[in-house]
Structures are given as C-alpha cells and as structure tokens.
Design a binder for this molecule. Structure first.
Ligand SMILES: [Zn+2]
Length: 350
C-alpha cells in the first residue's frame, strides 16, 4: 500500500488551504444573517442547509435506511448544466440583488424545460458542507459499500471520522471531518484495494458521476535493469516527467536499497497509450506498470483487455514494425512485441 515516497517537487494545491477562507466564512455568515433580516419575499432560506460537516452527519437520514439526504445529494448533481453560462449568471446576480434562486422558462422542442439558476452566494452555501469531500472509485473492479468502508477506515481515518455516500457509476463520496485526514488521502497515494487502484480526487461542484470518466491516474511503474548510477532523484524525475507528470520516487529506489528495478510514481493520461520503453546510451529499457489490470497489451490503452481491442489489426502490425526498427543493435530489449497481436506493454502484479 501507499509506500511513503519522498515528495519531489510535486506541488499540488493544498486542498482547502485557502488563506481567504476564514474571511470567506465570516462573509457567508454575514450574508445569511442579512438575508433573513431583509425580508421574507426573497425565496432564500439557509436555515435548513447544513453549515458544516457536523450538521451533515447529524441530519436525519444521512446514512440511515431511508437515505433521503443522500438522494437529495445525488439529485443535486444530476442533470445540471448550470455553470457553463457565466454571463447569464453574473447578469442575474447584478440585476436582482439578494435573489438566490430563479427560474427561466425555456422550451426544448415543444416541451417546457425550466432552467433553474442559483446565485453565487447561494452556491457557496451549498458547496460548503462538501468542501472536505473526496470522490473515489475503484478502478477495474466493483466494491460494495461495507467493504469500502472497512478499508477506508483502516487507510484514512487518523484524527477525525469519515462518512461514505454511494453515488452512481461506482463512485463514492467520502466526507472527512478532519482536514489533515483529507489531505493525506489526496496526497499519500496511490492507494490500492484488492490490488486495484483507488482513484481519489477532491470533490468539486457539479460533479456528475454518470458522465464522469477517469482520465488521469497516479500509477507505480517499474524500470528494470537500470544501471545504478541512474538511481538519482534528478535523473529519475526527468524520466518520470516524460512518462507523465512526476509524483514521487519510491524511497527504496532513492536510497538505492533496491537495485533490481527503479520504482516511480507518475500521473499518466489514461486516454492515450502509455509509454512503454525508452533508451539510454543505445540500450532500451522497458516500463512496466503495477496493478493496471485493464491495460490492453495490444494498443497500450487502459480500460479493456486485448480480446476486446478495437485496434487489433492495424495498430499492432504498426507497433511490431516500429519495434523491429528501434530494436536494431540493442541487446537488452526483453519484452519485444510478442506473437498474436500483443504489443510490448506489461502489467506487473504487486
Ligand atoms: Zn486495446
């Protein structure tokens, strides 16, 4: 699991470490108090909204059998294309100061399709309870609620508590009560459950599980047979950065304790074929990926097995050709393209 590696210049924004936050929060409070004073004619009541995570967990039906709150939560994100039309949003805010929600009557074909619009301040209130939310999905395997809960509590719960909400499309929302726990979950990966990657990302407004796809993933890769002098953080980071975006280098690799293979963590783009080889001084080295079970060894893309690969014919032939040329005069390519349309990609099981 999540070998602690040294973070090497990988700077992700620290979640919720906004210096403006405290000011923001007091602003929010002020606004909601003001609204109540201003009058009843405005259709805006914040009294029923959870102000914080503790309110969320205390709300009836949050994780009970009824799941009414959960239904509301999932309902909120579904079908909302709001947010794309900024101009309208801003205009609306200026014209009707204090109005938090409005409806625009529209037609889709012959059918009425009202468009609901919420003011920015209203949205801030809506988002706030979820600011310590983390969206997770187990890649390539389904996991039940209870099993996930058990594992996440072991892996992530240190100082606070978590609450898990199952969304559609095998996504789960994990709400943290403690900021440090959330930060560790976001930063200390990659995380594995049953030898599958658990994808982790910060909750964001308007997240739509049904249409969301995992495009980027931090994965562990191995480079075997690399001469020991290249076990150097600058060199390894340089290589890693070409594969994807460097996340970290395994600490055993950095201290040169493990000389059989270098182990690097890198953020890769799953929509493109993964890089599978490189050369240094005319010697070719292969890159193997840990735990990416659904990596197609024919086209190098993630998400299907080679049996179901749509690019079987042309692509693999081209790859073999490529290999034939690149492989000339080098003695170390061990995983050359195999027979039967296989490309050079290899997945190692942890
Ligand atoms: Zn394929």
């Amino acid at each position: 699991m999540a070998d602690g590696g040294a973070l090497l210049g990988h700077k992700k924004p620290i979640p919720n470490h906004d210096p403006e936050k405290s000011k923001d929060e007091s602003d929010l409070q002020e606004r909601s108090t003001k609204k109540k004073k201003d009058g009843e004619h405005i259709f805006s009541s914040h009294s029923s909204l959870p102000k914080d995570y503790s309110d969320v967990v205390n709300m009836k039906g949050f994780d009970g059998e009824g799941g009414s709150y959960r239904d509301k939560v999932t309902g909120k994100t579904v079908g909302g294309e709001y947010g794309s039309d900024k101009e309208e949003e801003e205009k609306g805010g200026e014209e009707d100061e204090g109005v938090c929600m409005k409806v625009e009557e529209c037609l889709v074909g012959d059918y009425e399709c009202p468009n609901f619009i919420f003011a920015k301040q209203e949205e801030k209130c809506l988002y706030r309870p979820w600011r310590r939310g983390v969206i997770v999905k187990l890649l390539g395997r389904r996991i039940g609620y209870k099993a996930l809960e058990t594992r996440l509590k072991q892996m992530w719960v240190r100082k606070g508590v978590i609450n898990i909400i199952d969304l559609s499309n095998d996504y789960y929302l994990v709400a943290f009560s403690n900021e440090e726990d959330q930060y560790a979950a976001l930063m200390d990966g990659p995380w594995f459950i049953y030898d599958h990657y658990l994808t982790v990302k910060e909750w964001s407004p308007n997240f739509h599980p049904a249409s969301d796809t995992i495009k980027e993933l931090a994965v562990w890769l191995r480079i075997s047979g690399l001469p020991i002098e290249y076990y150097d953080s600058r060199i390894l980071n340089f290589i890693d950065n070409r594969v994807g975006k460097t996340v970290k280098v395994d600490k055993n690799t950095l201290t040169q304790e493990r000389g059989k293979y270098a182990r690097l963590c890198v953020q890769v783009n799953l929509t493109k074929p993964l890089l599978v080889m490189f050369t240094i001084k005319n010697r070719k080295y292969n890159i193997e990926y840990e735990g990416l079970h659904l990596l197609c060894t024919t086209c190098g893309r993630f998400g299907h097995y080679k049996e179901g690969c749509s690019e079987k014919g042309m692509e693999s032939a081209a790859k073999r050709d490529d290999q034939g040329n690149a492989g000339k005069g080098d003695g170390s390519c061990q995983n050359a393209a195999g027979s039967g349309g296989d490309g050079p990609w290899r997945v190692v099981h942890k």
